[in-house]
Ligand binder design. Sequence first.
Ligand SMILES: Nc1ncnc2c1ncn2[C@@H]1O[C@H](COP(=O)(O)OS(=O)(=O)O)[C@@H](OP(=O)(O)O)[C@H]1O
Length: 440
Amino acid sequence: MKTMSNLRVESALCSSPSQGPRTKRYVKQIVVTKLVIGTILIGLLIIFLLVGDASHARNLRLNAILDNTVITLKLQEKNISLEYEDSYHPYDTVNDPLPHCDSLPLQGGHNVWSEDTGETIRLHKHSPRICGPKVLVIGAMKCGTNTLGHLLAKHPRVKVNSCSAPRFVKKIDTGCNDDEYQGRGDEIWEGHDMSIHKNQKPGEWLEHWTRRLPWTDGKHNITIDKSPSYMNTLEFPNLTQDVKQFLPNAKVVMSVCNPALRLYSEYNHNMDQRQDGFLGFYRDKGIEVPMDFPSFVKLLMDPPGDVCKRLPNFCDRNQIFFLRKGEYSTLLKQWYEAFGAKNILVVDMNDNQRDIATQLLDLVGRDVLPPNEYPWHELKEKEIDFKSSAANYTGRSSAFDDFREQIVKLEKYYAPFNEELAQLIGRDFPLEWNKRMGEN
Ligand SMILES: Nc1ncnc2c1ncn2[C@@H]1O[C@H](COP(=O)(O)OS(=O)(=O)O)[C@@H](OP(=O)(O)O)[C@H]1O
């Protein structure tokens, strides 16, 4: 079924510049300009023939470049011809539309900002496109995705999905958004473009997304995108199909961690960083807000009977938003179906950093990210940085001691999904998260 947003996207992808009154005016303007240039060239030739020796002018060739068009006046023996070639551009986006990446349409403008040169590049007006991200770090939220993204972004050929230039430089539009979606240079920017923004702003998300991407070509450098919401295929059921449509050759990476402790970390993150929105989700429905972790777990796993009867959607959504984010095997199935195992990497953040970085380079390809350019000396042997910046939260390592009943209950809930995950990825480390169950 075609949704409204699909239709918009298709029309953006297929729109042709050869339609509409604006295009007619444009064609007229080009024809007139070409005639003027042609006349000037012929005039120059006549002057040349008059003042020069015609016998030297048997194979004359004069070039002029106007508005991405090469105009050539040729004199071969006695034949004079005027040729127009419409494809002049340093990045030939008409004949060679960024062949090394999954390119995306740039609506509403023709400029992109190059971080490399610090200049605005003007793209061919008929087909402005930009390379989409090659690697998606899709989650899992609170499982070290920032560390994972930075390990990848350390490679000098990797650029993050944010444009650091201001919107205008010397009055020239750089193409960078400078609104709420603007990124911050090298900082990893959580775009959530194909999940949250596509759902909330179906008419704008694509332009906002593409206008924030840096200029890469997929051969000499690549773009990456870290958006932990991409892993939640229960909340965004069409997401993997969308990603497949826009970025069919993407590589997909995620870090996973003990899902019971992940939930504990997310609860503290929400209470610390977005308490109003988080508690508002409950308050708006007349439900007592979960001011501590035990009441949060109770609302997720054992809500008062009348709540689910009265608000069945709420109970489903509450679980999808929080509890079921730890059912990694359920969430990943769609990604495996869409992209296949060879394009997916599930990382254990307890692995040695060098091993993680090696796996990342292998996944993307050593031709694109040469290992000899990676700053290996900057890596720590192991980085488990569970320190949190939250005010009233000392980190997840105390969760089992402080909230044993809830953590045990959660670990039991997640155990079958952990087993399924271990099978799916062919590694044993998810089974470690089930070990404590035997002790209780
Ligand atoms: N290497 C490594 N291995 C495992 N865990 C790590 C690692 N580095 C950071 N962390 C912990 O991950 C938590 C932050 O996760 P994210 O970066 O994914 O956060 S976020 O989803 O972008 O908000 C955050 O957890 P909390 O301490 O519970 O907040 C970090 O301590």
